[in-house]
Design a binder for this molecule. Structure first.
Ligand SMILES: [Zn+2]
Length: 120
């Protein structure tokens, strides 16, 4: 059940139908908002402009922040992915509260409550 929100995103956006969404529940709202913006951007680009359909290859956490990999490369789509990465620096990936990057054994974004035990 807790992963249902990921299937909802995959079903809503054809370009993310098979995308691994390896991120915590806390980034759910950020990801939903970002996917909505990506979808609008994708729709504004002519379907055959790049010779291939848009696909989201990967959604993951890397060095603490949200990474979204889209193909083909289109500047306005990439800008939305980068914006999401920047925004994720202040969103706890467990609960969605305001957090900051913690550098312990692993680098992750956590609020004070969820930073306990990270050694950061
Ligand atoms: Zn938290």
């Amino acid at each position: 059940m807790p992963e249902d929100w990921k299937d909802e995103l995959r079903q809503r956006y054809a370009w993310a139908a098979r995308t691994p969404l390896a991120v915590g529940e806390g980034w759910r709202a950020l990801l939903a908002d970002t996917f909505e913006r990506l979808d609008a951007a994708i729709r504004s680009v002519p379907a055959d402009a790049n010779g291939m359909a848009f696909q989201c290859h990967d959604v993951k956490e890397k060095y603490g922040t949200l990474r979204i990999e889209m193909v083909p490369y289109v500047e306005e789509v990439e800008a939305i992915c980068l914006d999401a990465e920047n925004r994720s620096e202040t969103v706890c990936d467990v609960c969605g509260s305001t957090g900051r990057v913690r550098e312990g054994a692993w680098v992750m974004v956590r609020c004070d409550a969820h930073a306990k035990g990270l050694g950061a």
